[in-house]
Design a protein around this ligand. Structure first.
Ligand SMILES: C[S@@+](CC[C@H](N)C(=O)[O-])C[C@H]1O[C@@H](n2cnc3c(N)ncnc32)[C@H](O)[C@@H]1O
Length: 279
């Protein structure tokens, strides 16, 4: 297993932060669904998800990409989403209620290092922006191998470097300037180094490991609070106790920092994500 000690993860702190932001994830999930699906589709392609597959989605949050997967696997398939935080699963179940009977995924709260599923239960597994928050990555990958059938394929989506992800970088700088530095963004970029997650997969016994970077650039209109979802979903744990005045000052600081990046009325928002697969 590669050395991940430069970014140690505190499991209790991660549970607390995601529990504190579960309401924000539920609130923003529907407005962000189209954007989310643009990332879900290449991840499902990488995992090889097709009709009839049994798919496990790890760290589903408010249901991504489990809900997109369910539309692919169809009535003969099965999708199960799971997440450490029961509050996240509540949002995922609310959203799944809008999906037809027979296609609707099931959701179960579970730590990905101790999954409540029998061996070889799934053909495919996905995990979008989740593996980086697990203290013991080797244990999570061993558990995933146990529940995947031989030859089954897993696909992970992780963030590339912070500097290539302008939304996080700018919002994170604004939060640090207004509320004081914390390290809560660090785990997001735990697998930013090329090859690091691929090496972890190989060490855990996965074969035919591959890695692909995707670097689109979104353009956001200046003057719109396009950054609000990122602020509330990633820093929810730091917002709850702010006074209205402190929150207004923080919003003004975020706006000021994005305005400084505007080009002809739009703000370019580079995104750097990486898909890593193994069988
Ligand atoms: C950034 S969110 C991603 C949610 C969703 N996959 C998405 O892309 O919208 C990270 C999720 O990982 C979950 N998580 C953190 N540690 C976990 C663990 N050990 N086992 C399972 N889920 C975990 C959190 O509760 C949170 O919902």
């Amino acid at each position: 297993m590669p050395d991940l000690s430069t970014c140690p993860i505190d499991g209790d702190a991660e549970r607390a932060r995601w529990t504190a932001s579960a309401d924000a994830w539920d609130r923003w999930a529907d407005p962000m669904a189209d954007l989310a699906d643009k990332l879900n589709q290449p991840l499902l392609d990488a995992a090889g998800v097709t009709a009839g597959d049994r798919v496990l989605d790890l760290a589903s949050g408010a249901g991504e990409p489990a809900l997109s997967a369910a539309l692919r696997t169809g009535p003969d398939g099965l999708v199960v989403g799971s997440d450490l935080v029961p509050g996240m699963m509540a949002g995922a179940r609310r959203r799944a209620a809008g999906i037809a009977d027979g296609l609707r995924p099931a959701f179960a709260a579970a730590d990905m290092t101790a999954l409540p599923f029998a061996a070889a239960s799934f053909d495919r597994a996905t995990c979008r922006f989740g593996i980086m928050f697990v203290p013991d990555v080797a244990a999570a990958l061993a558990e995933l191998r146990r529940v995947l059938r031989p030859g089954g394929r897993a696909a992970f989506m992780v963030w590339g470097p912070r500097a290539g992800n302008t939304l996080f970088d700018t919002v994170g700088d604004a939060v640090a300037a207004q509320l004081g530095e914390d390290r809560s963004l660090d785990p997001l970029f735990r697998f930013a180094a090329p090859g690091l997650l691929a090496e972890a997969l190989r060490s855990a016994g996965f074969a035919t490991v591959s890695e692909t970077d995707i670097t689109p650039v979104r353009k956001a209109p200046q003057g719109q609070p396009f950054w609000r979802a990122t602020l509330e979903m990633s820093f929810g744990h730091r917002l709850h106790d702010l006074t209205a005045g402190q929150r207004a000052d923080l919003d003004a600081e975020v706006t000021r920092r994005f305005d400084a990046q505007a080009q002809g009325g739009t703000i370019p928002l580079p995104i750097h994500v990486r898909i890593v697969t193994g069988a």
